[in-house]
Write a protein that binds this ligand. Sequence first.
Ligand code: IFM
Length: 452
Amino acid sequence: MGFQKDFKWGVATAAYQIEGAFQEDGKGLNIWDVFCREKGRTFDGHTGEIACDHYHRFREDVALMKELGIKAYRFSISWSRLLPTGTGKLNPAGVKFYNELIDALLDAGIEPFVTLYHWDLPYDLYKKGGWLNPESVNWFAEYTKNVAELYSDRVSNFFTFNEPQCFIGNACLRGFHAPGVHGMVRDTFEMAHNVLKAHGTAVKVLREYAKSDVKVGYAPTCNMSYPDSDKPEDIEAARMTLFEVKETEDWAWNVAWWSDPVMLGSYPEEGLKKYREYLPEITKDDMKLINQPLDFYGQNIYNGVRVRMGSDGKPEVVKRYEGFPKTSLNWPVTPECLYWGPRFLYERYKKPIYITENGTSCHDDISLDGKVHDPNRIDFLNRYLRELKKCAEDGTDIRGYFLWSLLDNFEWHTGYAERFGIVYVDYPSQRRIIKDSGYWYRQTIQENGENL
Ligand code: IFM
């Protein structure tokens, strides 16, 4: 019982959040490079220009992972490091960087899991309309083909998109992520449809051009829902809430709109009705393309809402009590989401599951003894992983868990104000210090979660 024998205990990062070297060795600009330079966009004007300097320090970071006993590393490729203008000519230094990173991982016995896109669209493609341009499907296919040809001899696991909810919703509907546009609602639905078509095309391209038997998945996000009690009606209320579609102003923060087409081949009926006036043309061929068979389903899970069935037969969200536990980002601490989330997703999509991100931001600093003590993070991880273990024991096929994150890093519009790592980064010196939670995670990996 417990976690599967070959459970992938991993950590996750993203290119823009750690690499730095934003204009080095031929890399092209991406939308985050440009966005961060604008006044008032990020906390205190922070940028990812240096970030964790991982571009130069990746060997040290791989050594840290090895020391921690990490089995799998999920990282993203910077599209504009590989293809500076998004299409066309490859950047040899970019190609070399990921070659060396992958080789270093394999030498350290760590399995690479590549995310193709974690939000850093090449700026030149943004100028051509970005995801609103139907050509974006072909741009992404070209980039994916390059990745497959370059790295699939050594990388077997790929995720297409990380959190489309954010790079469309936060970025183009609500406007606080790059490119920082309060777009017209109709545009955002059109972008979303192009992203989903790009996903389907990329899956096909990976399978066609890969040099080994690759496994492909997807890594969306959202709040999960969990029931207020074990009563069947409360469980049903939580399930219904998880897959319902939201009001138009916040439509992108949703599970079903982004995952049903990919996993089931259709948009949710409720959304097709609710959003009718905003939708682009959606053809049968589009849906066939989007619905490519996947090997696993990834989901980033951080928190959830408690739900019960109301007396009117409709689900209702239970208000949190005053003083409810929260992280330093003010996100609620709700370990139950790592039981019910994967369970509901497995029931609906019937694919093995990876938790592609989970973790917490804490107010970490270096203590007088020179160490970084982060008991809140250990407690958070312990509570969440216990729920995940229970979920696995109750029959959900969970293949792995990627802790967010290996390193403290650039947390988008909140800059370096938030620390998510199990390894502390002292930004002025770029010194890394393994936090107590890093050692705790090592122990958990060694025991395959029996210590939880
Ligand atoms: O840092 C982000 C990551 O890039 C996407 N998922 C959530 C993390 C924490 O906010």
